[in-house]
Design a protein around this ligand. Structure first.
Ligand SMILES: N[C@@H](CCC(=O)N[C@@H](CS)C(=O)NCC(=O)O)C(=O)O
Length: 223
């Protein structure tokens, strides 16, 4: 019998769920995955009674309830410390950029919703100033982090795909979906590495199995 469950939303769209799922999988937790169809606009009724904050991802593990993707990342790192870099300075940097991602970049979130079904197609309306500013900051984070800490491998902190990579994984997907311009060569190589990670491929494969009924016009019709 599994040690609990991880509640996630529609894989095609749920960027927060992808983060939580990556941390849980990287930590090797034995939990069942319970996927719910997101209603869009924060109106998924089933989630309101299921998780304390009414949101996915929500983890129950050995009787412990953990909600919010950043808390799930920290919980998983307690069980698997390699989810954060070993070096204290690198770890502080990893936590800082993950927290910045968690708390910010509202323009990117709203202009470029995650949609795994959208491939390399720029927004017809173009990108506004706030979105371009967010993109430039994310590009700077990836480039600086790779330059400072990434020499040993293809991920932000080198050879190990860690919680910081999980935090940015949905952004990688967004940038690829909307063919975002102006990224450094370092960022582009980083995006390819993230997209090629076996867990990212598994998430995409699972998303492709979801019922067409789970697709939402508000995301699919974005020109
Ligand atoms: N800060 C939260 C945000 C979670 C969140 O907003 N999740 C969305 C799905 S991507 C959700 O559950 N929305 C509520 C709903 O659809 O009713 C986290 O990091 O987990």
């Amino acid at each position: 019998m599994a040690d609990g469950r991880l509640v996630i939303g529609t894989r095609r769209y749920s960027s927060w769920s992808l983060r939580g799922w990556l941390s849980v999988r990287l930590a090797g937790l034995d939990v069942e995955i319970q996927a719910l169809r997101l209603a869009g606009g924060g109106k998924t009724v089933a989630l309101k009674t299921l998780s304390p904050n009414g949101c996915a991802p929500y983890l129950e593990h050995q009787g412990i309830a953990v909600w919010d993707s950043l808390s799930i990342a920290e919980y998983c790192a307690e069980l698997t410390p390699a989810l954060w870099p070993h070096d204290r300075a690198a770890r502080a940097h990893a936590r800082s950029i993950s927290a910045e991602m968690h708390a910010g970049f509202r323009a990117v979130r709203s202009a470029l919703p995650m949609n795994l079904g959208r491939v390399n197609r720029p927004l017809a309306a173009g990108l506004d100033e706030d979105t371009l500013r967010d993109i430039a900051r994310i590009d700077a984070i990836w480039t600086e982090t790779r330059d400072r800490y990434g020499a040993e491998g293809p991920y932000l902190f080198g050879a190990t795909f860690c919680n910081a990579d999980a935090a940015f994984a949905p952004v990688v997907s967004r940038f690829a979906s909307y063919a975002v311009p102006g990224l450094s060569d370092v960022s582009r190589a980083y995006m390819r590495a993230v997209q090629a990670h076996p867990l990212m491929r598994q998430w995409a494969d699972d998303a492709a199995q979801e019922s067409q009924d789970w697709q939402l016009e508000m995301y699919e019709s974005l020109a």
